[in-house]
Structures are given as structure tokens and as C-alpha cells.
Design a protein around this ligand. Structure first.
Ligand SMILES: NC(=O)C1=CN([C@@H]2O[C@H](COP(=O)(O)OP(=O)(O)OC[C@H]3O[C@@H](n4cnc5c(N)ncnc54)[C@H](OP(=O)(O)O)[C@@H]3O)[C@@H](O)[C@H]2O)C=CC1
Ligand SMILES: Nc1c(N[C@@H]2O[C@H](COP(=O)(O)O)[C@@H](O)[C@H]2O)[nH]c(=O)[nH]c1=O
Length: 401
């Protein structure tokens, strides 16, 4: 990934860059008059690598974040990335790696794709770790909308650290554009799961569907179940499959973290349905409106939901434009008839088709899982972010961080 920059603006190994409307999707690294901030070629290279490192993490309640620390001579010393809610942030990851090999980071520059956090969530504040490491310079791409007005940058400055932002802002906004949108809309991040045959069926004519996916795909799906906040299905899936919707390992043992199990639809859930379990994690969302379902989940602290199916539910979330990430397990199996993965998106003409793009994050866009292919996609970007992230946009993180 090459950050946009013009070579002509370089002088003595440094670039003169203007940060134009830094927090908008139109933010560009442009050499020009105006607010002038200088970033060195080493910092620019480090930001490119930080953006690449960020892609190694999974999408969800937390944004993808990467960090690279460079020494006073511009050499890259260590890099880190965030591996999902509840794990070390990218800055803390890089600092921990340096500590593990006895690397002294005092006097170094931390280059990171998101403003270092200032709050105590599931992990300690990154500002504290940066200050404690003796880092003297921080360059970050975009503000963190989760922090209150005086965010991490202010804390770092108050500690005497030189802080600059806006380098790679376009790329960093694009990297997490769905996450920023979900945060601004105050709704959970939505991952849609489809386990389908080659001819896009999710169940046979008689309703049987277990299992279309390979054991490896099922294991992958259970891995996701173990790190999301909630899993959601329609009432019909509960009637037909009587699913448990728990996160389990290959031997059937429950994972340490279990998602809330949400059922969406107006019908009552049978009392003996397996989904109730005995852990109090099952909820009924008596609505057919996906917006309403998400707002019910959000108000109870859910920040990442995986929509599992069936077709009516998958279609309703897709038609409403509420899907941030799409994971399709594609089995080399043909049914020729049965329940289609989707049963209508309100599209009648090709120009109106939904367009998706391959998502290289978290292991890549296409992976082989046993005999299946795992396809990973995100909505295609049509325009710059209409509503750039602002600090006021989000409530403090609950499910994530
Ligand atoms: N292979 C896979 O990945 C999966 C396969 N499946 C399969 O899918 C099949 C079930 O799919 P399907 O029949 O589509 O049922 P769904 O599971 O999608 O549930 C549909 C029901 O949900 C309620 N509902 C809530 N919101 C909406 C909405 N916006 N639009 C329409 N209905 C809504 C309605 O019931 P109400 O009257 O209660 O409101 C409706 O009848 C099963 O055979 C199951 O095995 C299911 C999940 C995953
Ligand atoms: N058939 C099918 C899936 N089906 C989904 O898994 C649910 C069953 O979950 P559980 O009772 O916890 O094992 C079922 O109701 C449906 O939501 N998933 C997949 O990854 N691949 C598959 O082939």
C-alpha cells in the first residue's frame, strides 16, 4: 500500500504536507500552504507498514489498528497490531514486543493508524504505555471517535510528547470505514454469515442443512462465535433447526466466552427450544425490523453481532444496508433446489445491484477451509465518508476495547 504523496514536495529527506480537512473522507496528504505538518519519509514508510499490520487483525467491535515504532535514525524497530476486542491495542502490542526483547524505546517515534486511546477499557490506556516507554514522538492517522473531547493526543501532549496527526488519514479512514459508520450510527458492527452450496442454497427442500459446511468451516464459524458479542437468527431457523448457537470446540466443549443468542421475529420461541440454554444469554427480539433489532442489541451493550440466517433474515439485513462484513462458506456441493441463501433484496435491475469488494484483512479475502472456500468481503466504497467520525459521535465503548 503506497500512501498518496507527491515526491516534488520532499526536501532534505522530509516531506512538507498539508492536512486538508483532516477528519473528512477527502483528507489527503497534499503538499500545499495552510496548516503545515512535516512528516519524514521514515514516518510515511512506517505508516504504510502500520496500515499493512492493521490488516492482520479481525474486524468487529474494535477497529483494525497497526503501529510501528521507529528509532531516532528512522529505522523501524518493532511493529504491532490489534487482534480484536479484549486483546492488547496495537501500541501496547508493539511496546510489549519491544520489552520482551529488551528494546529501549525512549526517544523513539510511535507511528499508529488511530489516535492512541486514553481510556481504561478491557485493556489499559495506550497513552500510559507510550509515556512509560519514554517515546517522545507520536504520529497518528485519525482521531479515535470513542475518546472524549480531550482524547489521547491531549494526554500525550500534556506529558511533553510531540504529537502530529493526519498522515495516512484517507487510508486509515478507508481501512475502518464500516466501523466508523457503525460507531457514528450507534449500532453494533454487523458480520453476516452464509454457509451455502455452490448453487447458493442454505438448506435442502426438506429443510435439512447440517452440514453443508466442512468441519474446518464449522470450526472457523465457532471461532467467530467465541469472539463476537451476539449471534442472531430468525424465528424460522429456531423452528426448523432447533439450534444451540453456542461457541464450541471440535469436541463440542463450550468456549470460555459465549455470545448472546438473539432470535428475531414476532412468533414466540418454544419453551423447550435448545436456544434458551441455562446461562441466561438467550434473548427474543420481537421485531421484523433489522434497525430495531440492532438498536435493542446496542442498548444492552452489544457492539458486534453475527447474523447467521436464514434467508429472510440475511436478506433483510442486506437490503437495509446494515452489513459491514460478509463471510461466505462456499461448499462444493449442488442441491439444485431448496432454500436460497437470499430471497430478495428489492433489486430488479443490474445497475442497482449491491457491489462488494474483497476484504484482505484477517487472513485474506479467499481461504481454503477443508473442501470449502471461505470468502471474505465488505461493502464497496461508493463515496467518501458522508459523516466523518467525530468525538461526539460515539458513546464510550462497551462491548469493544
Ligand atoms: N446454511 C446456513 O448458513 C443457515 C441455514 N439456515 C436455514 O435457513 C432456513 C430458514 O430460513 P428462513 O425460512 O428464511 O427463515 P429465517 O430463519 O430467516 O426466519 C424467518 C422468520 O423470521 C421472522 N422475521 C423477522 N424479521 C423478518 C424480516 N425482516 N423478514 C422476514 N421475516 C422476518 C419471521 O417470523 P415471525 O412470524 O416470527 O416474525 C420469518 O418467518 C432453515 O432451513 C435453516 O436450516 C439458517 C441459518 C443458517
Ligand atoms: N447448516 C450450517 C449452518 N447452520 C447454522 O448453524 C446453526 C446450528 O448451530 P448449532 O446448533 O449451535 O450447531 C443453524 O441453526 C444455522 O444457524 N452453519 C454453518 O456454518 N454451516 C452449515 O452448514
Amino acid at each position: 500500500m503506497a500512501l498518496k504523496r507527491r515526491k516534488s514536495c520532499r526536501f532534505q529527506g522530509r516531506q512538507l504536507l498539508r492536512i486538508g480537512s483532516r477528519m473528512t473522507g477527502a483528507a489527503k496528504l497534499q503538499p500545499d500552504a495552510g496548516v503545515v505538518t512535516a512528516f519524514s519519509a521514515a514516518e510515511t514508510g512506517a505508516m504504510e507498514d502500520a496500515l499493512r499490520a492493521a490488516l492482520e487483525g479481525p474486524r468487529g467491535a474494535n477497529p483494525l489498528v497497526g503501529a510501528v515504532v521507529i528509532g531516532p535514525d528512522g529505522r523501524q524497530l518493532v511493529s504491532g497490531h490489534h487482534r480484536g476486542a479484549g486483546t492488547a491495542h496495537a501500541e501496547a502490542d508493539a511496546i510489549a514486543q519491544a520489552a520482551a526483547v529488551g528494546l529501549d524505546l525512549s526517544g523513539c517515534t510511535m507511528v499508529v493508524t488511530l489516535e492512541p486511546c486514553n481510556h481504561v477499557g478491557r485493556t489499559g490506556p495506550c497513552t500510559e504505555a507510550i509515556i512509560a516507554a519514554g517515546i517522545t514522538d507520536v504520529v497518528y492517522a485519525v482521531d479515535d471517535p470513542h475518546d472524549p473531547a480531550a482524547g489521547g493526543a491531549a494526554t500525550l501532549r500534556a506529558a511533553g510528547i510531540r504529537v502530529r496527526s493526519g498522515l495516512g488519514a484517507d487510508e486509515a479512514l478507508d481501512l475502518n470505514r464500516q466501523w466508523f459508520e457503525a460507531v457514528a450510527a450507534k449500532r453494533p458492527f454487523v458480520t453476516l454469515h452464509i454457509a451455502q452450496t455452490l448453487d447458493a442454497r442454505i438448506a435442502a427442500e426438506d429443510g435439512t442443512s447440517q452440514w453443508i459446511s466442512s468441519p474446518e468451516s464449522l470450526a472457523d464459524n465457532h471461532g467467530i462465535r467465541g469472539r463476537i458479542d451476539a449471534i442472531l437468527v430468525g424465528t424460522q431457523t429456531v423452528m426448523v433447526d432447533n439450534p444451540r448457537l453456542t461457541a464450541r470446540d471440535a469436541a463440542g466443549n463450550p468456549a470460555s466466552k459465549q455470545p448472546v443468542r438473539a432470535v428475531m421475529g414476532l412468533r414466540a420461541i418454544p419453551e423447550d427450544a435448545a436456544i434458551h440454554g441455562d446461562d441466561g444469554l438467550a434473548v427474543h427480539l420481537p421485531t421484523r425490523d433489522p434497525h430495531e433489532a440492532l438498536s435493542m442489541l446496542y442498548s444492552s451493550g452489544i457492539r458486534h453481532v453475527m447474523v447467521e440466517g436464514g434467508s429472510s433474515i440475511l436478506s433483510s439485513f442486506l437490503a437495509a444496508g446494515l452489513v459491514d462484513e460478509l463471510i461466505v462458506y462456499l461448499a462444493p456441493t449442488l442441491l439444485g433446489s431448496g432454500t436460497p441463501a437470499l430471497n430478495g433484496l428489492g433489486i430488479t435491475s443490474l445497475p442497482d445491484a449491491q457491489q462488494w469488494e474483497w476484504d484482505a484483512s484477517d487472513g485474506g479475502a479467499v481461504r481454503t477451509l477443508g473442501r470449502d472456500l471461505r470468502l471474505h468481503l465488505r461493502p464497496q466504497r461508493h463515496v467518501a465518508l458522508d459523516h466523518p467520525p467525530t468525538r461526539a459521535a460515539a458513546e464510550p465503548a462497551q462491548g469493544g476495547y
